[in-house]
Design a protein around this ligand. Structure first.
Ligand SMILES: Cc1cc2nc3c(=O)[nH]c(=O)nc-3n(C[C@H](O)[C@H](O)[C@H](O)COP(=O)(O)O)c2cc1C
Length: 215
């Protein structure tokens, strides 16, 4: 059947997002923008207390210089900024880790709402190791870690439903030797086994990939 005919028979539900409440908008957004990679972000506060949390509003946003960005939203339970953002505002540094299947449960554990004086490293049983350039430690269990210095904060609003885009310059990269094909300069995705986030508590693997040649 030609695509044109298909369009004629399908019913389309049109939604004006303005007519939805916060929760409904969030559900449709995170169910539609899928799958999302997960930035597992370590930070420290001014006193050196460590913090770790996952963020799936995350992408790469430059290669020279190498840049990544992610979006801590305003916390819905109390309308306040999340600890990760507060720490980055205070210290201008963070480390982004790629989440592999081997520690996906620990990653999920760190997403609980812990007070600022509790380290999610301890709560989740993950191992902090010193970074080479920035103060926040990196996660030893992660196969890929990117030490970042804050490049820019783009505050999009301060109410629930809003977020701040955190853009970081990658100043040091760490690859477990098992995951890097040094001859090809490539990351071995089968070893990395990255996890993507879907809606709610659902995740996905990249075990069913395919290639398409470009024109
Ligand atoms: C897989 C996953 C992805 C998440 N992505 C985001 C996100 O993109 N933005 C956000 O604000 N919170 C996100 N969260 C929730 C935060 O991780 C959670 O609010 C956490 O407590 C924030 O920690 P912090 O206050 O120590 O920064 C995510 C949670 C999970 C489990």
């Amino acid at each position: 059947m030609r695509a044109g005919r298909l369009l004629e028979v399908l019913a389309v539900i049109h939604i004006d997002p303005e007519t939805l409440d916060n929760k409904a908008r969030y559900k449709l957004l995170i169910g539609s923008v899928v799958p999302r990679p997960i930035a597992f972000v370590s930070t420290v506060n001014r006193q050196g207390q460590t913090n770790l949390a996952p963020f799936s509003f995350f992408t790469a946003c430059g290669s020279s210089p190498m840049r990544v960005c992610f979006v801590p939203m305003i916390r819905s339970s109390d309308g306040q900024k999340k600890d990760t953002l507060r720490n980055i505002e205070a210290t201008k540094e963070f480390v982004v880790h790629v989440v592999s299947e081997s520690f996906v449960r620990q990653m999920s554990q760190t997403a609980g709402e812990y007070p600022p004086d509790i380290s999610e490293f301890d709560e989740a049983g993950l191992t902090p190791v010193p970074s080479t350039v920035v103060k926040p430690p990196r996660v030893a269990e992660a196969l890929v870690a990117m030490e970042c210095r804050l490049h820019q904060l783009v505050e999009l609003g301060d109410a629930v439903g809003h977020g701040t885009i955190v853009v970081g310059d990658v100043v040091a990269l760490h690859f477990d030797e098992s995951v890097l094909d040094e001859a090809e300069g490539k990351v071995r995705l089968d070893v990395l086994s990255p996890i993507g986030r879907l809606a709610g508590n659902s995740y996905c693997r990249i075990t069913d990939t395919f290639d398409i040649a470009r024109p």
